[in-house]
Design a protein around this ligand. Structure first.
Ligand code: Q46
Ligand code: ZN
Length: 337
């Protein structure tokens, strides 16, 4: 197979574009796709200060890398969720990348700041780990970005994540989530920061290829809570279709954004006000994160009998609103809190 651009030996095939690229031309293709997403969706400019939500995985580190290569002013934020060895390893990968690129990586620890961890939240509240985790991440990304004066939060959601999320939301007709599934979520309130997904036009395979070609070291192991995730099933289903008909995922997602999302958004009005405890924007008196903390510290009811722990992680099918604010990070929270 030859590179579509330079006719050298091709390394990466992009079937939905009927193209293949050598390493150098693939890097160019990848950068072009990210630039196109940024400009097409008016995500941010070179004057904006960007905070990249970094997990230590291939997507978020590839995103941070490409934004820096494109000349954007981007720092990172890593949230220590307290998930044992997985959190330790992913933090090291994030710190190693930041040091190599000489950029600031902010670290926010759930344990140090709030005295909780994702396993503790799951244990105390009897919720699926990803539910509390997703909620905490969304809350902290917004709060840290707002308090540190960043203009925008960028997350590493890729085409596969977004298409799988869309499929899950369509299968369950989650109209509220459909209204808020977009590459850009504007800051509707003074306390909210704009959220963007510059990799939404690039597949998981392509972000992995980019990370390998650029020599980016990333945490390969999955979070232990990702076992059995519905999102993985949806990705497999979409991959089956993609193999038979390249471009299916892209058409599914881009056509939804182009033709259908606005119709759902019209029916989703919500008003924001400051949480009475933390003053972060919320649609309720006390925000979902403050309620989750309260429930973790003082469980409502003692649990009796065997508990069936719902697992399911990775990048979940639904991206529920946190008090009217859509998800900002790959996170499979499965229910609103
Ligand atoms: S980190 Fe958190 Fe994910 Fe682990 S607990 Fe679930 S949401 S799977 S992206
Ligand atoms: Zn609050």
């Amino acid at each position: 197979m030859r590179c579509t651009r330079c006719r050298e030996e091709a390394w990466v095939e992009v079937r939905r574009h009927n193209a293949a690229y050598c390493g150098d031309c693939f890097e160019r293709f990848f950068r072009d796709q990210v630039e196109r997403a940024i400009h097409h969706e008016k995500m941010f400019s070179r004057e904006d200060q960007i905070l990249v939500a970094v997990s230590g995985g291939k997507d978020s580190l590839a995103l941070w890398d490409v934004l820096l290569d494109l000349g954007y002013d981007a720092d990172g934020l890593y949230i220590d969720l307290g998930i044992g060895e997985y959190s330790g390893n992913s933090r090291v990968m994030s710190e190693t990348f930041a040091a190599a690129r000489d950029r600031t990586l902010h670290i926010s620890s759930l344990d140090q700041s709030y005295g909780v961890t994702v396993p503790l939240i799951a244990e105390q509240t009897h919720r699926a780990p990803c539910s509390g985790c997703g909620l905490a991440k969304r809350y902290l990304f917004n709060r840290e970005a707002a308090e540190r004066g960043y203009d925008v939060v960028a997350t590493g959601h890729n085409l596969d994540d977004e298409a799988a999320t869309l499929l899950g939301n369509v299968l369950h007709w989650q109209t509220g989530y459909l209204a808020r599934q977009a590459p850009v979520l504007e800051a509707e309130d003074a306390g909210l920061v704009r959220k963007v997904k510059p990799l939404y036009r690039l597949s998981e395979h392509e972000t992995a290829a980019y990370a390998v070609i650029k020599g980016i070291e990333y945490v390969v192991e999955e979070c232990p809570n990702a076992v059995g995730a519905k999102s993985i099933l949806f990705k497999e289903a979409l991959n089956l279709l993609e193999r038979q008909s390249p471009g299916t995922k892209q058409t599914f997602l881009l056509s939804f954004l182009d033709k259908a999302r606005a119709a759902f958004a019209e029916g989703d009005p919500h008003e924001l006000r400051p949480c009475i405890e933390c003053e972060q924007p919320t649609t309720t008196e006390r925000c979902a994160f403050c309620r989750l903390l309260a429930e973790t510290r003082q469980p409502r009811r003692p649990f009796k009998g065997r508990r069936r722990v719902r697992r399911g992680g990775g990048k979940g099918p639904r991206q529920p609103a946190v008090d009217g604010e859509p998800s900002v990070e790959p996170g499979p929270a499965t229910a609103q809190v």
